[in-house]
Design a binder for this molecule. Structure first.
Ligand code: ZN
Length: 447
């Protein structure tokens, strides 16, 4: 690329696309090396980061590492902040156990799940109106029915039909031991019980304890100010989430969920792209590099981030999520979630002429990936915010397992993906391309 551009210039040809872009700087995407990608990826996915769970020492260590990288690269903190860490409060509810008895029979522990903002819970049907009973029948769309009940506004006993056992178990794995909320929980509880509806008036005794801890969470955000006086007011966000699942039940002696692909790979891309654009020195628009916390536990990091800026000024968001393995379309490809919602993908592809790299629309739309990462928060505010991924998620056995480790990644291909993103972003960085907005009402909640 560099050589061809140089040749065209020396021949005095005006081949505007290539020549102009190269005039600003000699830095091309090929300067993104596998060695630098590997160094960052290995640091983030190392065992000493303990799976980078939000609000844990391992998560803090990862945040400090990323902040150190942003400092080394020479980014600036967000306006109004004195460091790269964007700290915000949250509340962690840690269950101390729940005992339930229905119609005189004890309910096995694996069939009960608690979402509680009450430190001590002691319910009995003998106390009038202590809780309302809700039945999730065999026909119900169980996910949609359960999710809102995780933040109860009244005391609820939720009887979930045994048809939904598999979903209930996944739900329990996800929310089981401790849950985090951005808002202080209200003093109510939902007790979910896997049970057919009671043929007679329900009798019950339920006791539970919950510790409610105030915690601090932190995104890590660095800024590269725009070089054009007017266009500098417009922001382009590059993001990935640095949090992962932390320590999990051990499998073959390994209990650290390293999250090498999910999403140390995307975070590595964010750091690597920051370094690339800093050296390239041709960003008319302001570039914001964000490593989000708390994606895995509810997306609180991107939600807080989105409230600290004016979404109208965010031109687009490249959210990078799981790019460590080769996509189903082959090497040097990646897919874009919500491809048809804006012309983001089409614009990126225009900058890839002459490159072997290409983007495809998300082939797994039934997986709702558009809604399963941090891009959805900004998309709901109208920003053309998409996730770029390579993961073959329907068949990825390592997803959310303790085996998501660096050894399973293809670092050469991952480097090519980051190079592809760098090159494809050139028109948006320079201010020449502006993706169409997403209609906020078209996004809604996850189906
Ligand atoms: Zn992820």
């Amino acid at each position: 690329m560099k050589k061809i551009a140089f040749l065209l210039l020396s021949l005095g040809l005006s081949y505007s696309g290539v020549a102009q872009k190269t005039k600003a700087s000699k830095t091309s995407a090929s300067t993104i090396t596998q060695a630098s990608v590997a160094r960052v990826e290995r640091a983030l996915a190392a065992d000493d980061m303990q799976g980078r769970a939000s609000g844990t020492p391992g998560g803090l260590k990862a945040a400090q590492f990323i902040a150190g990288e942003f400092k080394r690269i020479g980014l600036e903190p967000l306006p109004g902040l004195s460091s790269f860490e964007q700290v915000f409060p949250a509340y962690e509810m840690e269950s101390g156990g729940v005992q339930a008895e229905l119609n005189g029979e004890p309910v096995p522990a694996e069939r009960v799940l608690l979402a509680s903002g009450v430190p001590q819970l002691n319910w009995s049907d003998k106390d009038s109106q202590v809780a309302r009973v809700v039945v999730i029948g065999p026909e119900a769309k169980v996910g949609q029915a359960l999710r809102p009940l995780l933040q109860p506004k009244e005391n609820l006993i939720v009887l979930v039909d045994p048809v939904h056992t598999a979903y209930f178990q996944r739900f329990a794995n996800y929310f089981g031991h401790s849950t985090v909320r951005a808002e202080k929980p209200e003093p109510y509880a939902s007790v979910f019980i896997l049970s057919a509806p009671s043929p007679t008036p329900l009798t019950y005794r339920i006791t539970a304890t919950t510790r409610i801890n105030a915690v601090q969470l932190r995104n890590v955000v660095g800024v590269l100010p725009g070089r054009d006086k007017v266009k500098a007011a417009e922001m382009v966000v590059f993001s990935g989430h640095y949090d992962h699942l932390g320590i999990r039940p051990a499998v073959a002696g390994d209990s650290i969920a390293n999250g090498a692909d999910d999403d140390a790979s995307g975070t590595t891309a964010v750091i690597t792209l920051a370094e690339y654009f800093k050296k390239k020195k041709d960003n008319a628009r302001t570039l914001v590099f964000a490593a989000f916390t708390a994606e895995e536990i509810g997306g609180f990091g991107s939600q807080y981030f989105s409230k600290q800026l004016d979404p109208a000024k965010v031109v687009t968001m490249f959210n990078i999520e799981m790019i460590g393995k080769v996509a189903q379309f082959g090497p040097k490809t990646a897919f874009i979630t919500g491809y048809e919602r804006s012309d983001f993908g089409k614009l990126l592809q225009e900058n890839l002429q002459g490159s072997p790299f290409r983007f495809e629309p998300d082939p797994y739309t039934e997986q709702n990936l558009f809604y399963r990462s941090d891009n959805a928060t900004l998309a709901r505010l109208g920003v053309p915010a998409h996730s770029i991924s390579t993961d073959q998620i329907p068949t990825d056995k390592l997803y959310h397992s303790v085996d998501d480790e660096v050894e399973s990644l293809d670092l050469a291909n991952m480097t090519a993906v980051i190079q592809g993103i760098a090159q494809s972003a050139s028109g948006i960085i320079s201010g020449q391309q502006t993706p169409t907005r997403i209609a906020p009402e078209s996004v809604g909640q996850r189906p």
